[in-house]
Design a protein around this ligand. Sequence first.
Ligand SMILES: Cc1ncc(COP(=O)(O)O)c(C=O)c1O
Length: 376
Amino acid sequence: MSSAENFIKQRLDDRHKAGSYRSLKPENGLLDFCSNDYLGFARSPILKTNIAGELATHKDINGATGSRLISGNLAYTEQLERDIATQFKANAALLFNSGYDANVGLLSSLPQRGDTIIADELIHASIIDGSRLSHANRYTFKHNDLEALEAKLRNAKGTCYVVVESIYSMDGDTPPLAQMVDLTERYGANLIVDEAHATGLYDTGVVTQLNIEQRVFGRIVTFGKAFGGHGAVVLGSNGLREYLINFARSLIYTTAAPLHQLAAIKKACELLPQSENEINKLRKNILLFKQLFSALDKQSSRLIGSDSAIQCVLLHNNKRARQASAYLQAEGFDVRAILSPTVAEGSERIRICLHAFNTVDEITGLVKHINILINA
Ligand SMILES: Cc1ncc(COP(=O)(O)O)c(C=O)c1O
């Protein structure tokens, strides 16, 4: 066996031993309590029809044919970016092929050697990866903790960027954003907010809900979650947009999104303001889940505090988290285990993603089976 094959085998064996081996699984027909399709857009017949109608009027092109800077930039793309900027109350928007690309492009290109990036300790991997590619000083602060953030801000060198999520992908909770914007302003730092899991449930996001969009330096909105498609935008100033076109390598050195992806984003953005019913239904489902769960877990000590569609039940090790998801799947509920190293050792969990389309019976049944699990 070559040294590379040996290395691969060793690493995979280690994963097996740690109970954290990852494998791809096809769709399973179970009740969806794990996807990011919070409002049901990914399966919406209305959206499908609207996208088809849009594509029918632009029959001339399938693929983008090249990167945005060569042949892949359409008038359609730039109009879509202007429309998104207006809808999300930003000065400018720049589309990336995914949220991962957006975060890597932004964080790798903007902070320079001698600058400082301060990110919440639970920040998404795409922000960590982008920051690693930059030459800036990198620090994390205790999750959602303003004092810990201030301690890092006091020692920040150069231009400082503070990066947080408005709803954390693995915990579902929200930072004190209003205070954070005050704090970062006091220290002259630039606040960047990833709104991947907030858009939809909170309309165009927590930032616009708090009316702080003019005080936040940059936002990332992704279209693969509540919008049911794929892709993302960085929202910010016109200068930031121009800068990213010039320096963000994940935009410059990749083929642009095909028209279908752009049309899906456009039509999902148009559908959002007409989706009050779905948003209300999702809110009701979140409330129902929390009420039912707190009735069985009186101290609510297992549930991570969250008002979002992401609800996590802590099980504290990989084995128990895996067993729990296997049990729930056998009962018909597609709930996934979140294992270390994706989350810190000791905080392994099952993550329940709630949706507008989950029924009262489904949620009641799920909580009943979680109860059996906890008391087994
Ligand atoms: C907070 C956050 N940011 C960015 C991303 C990446 O977005 P995308 O799936 O569009 O690449 C994710 C997806 O998991 C996420 O949870």
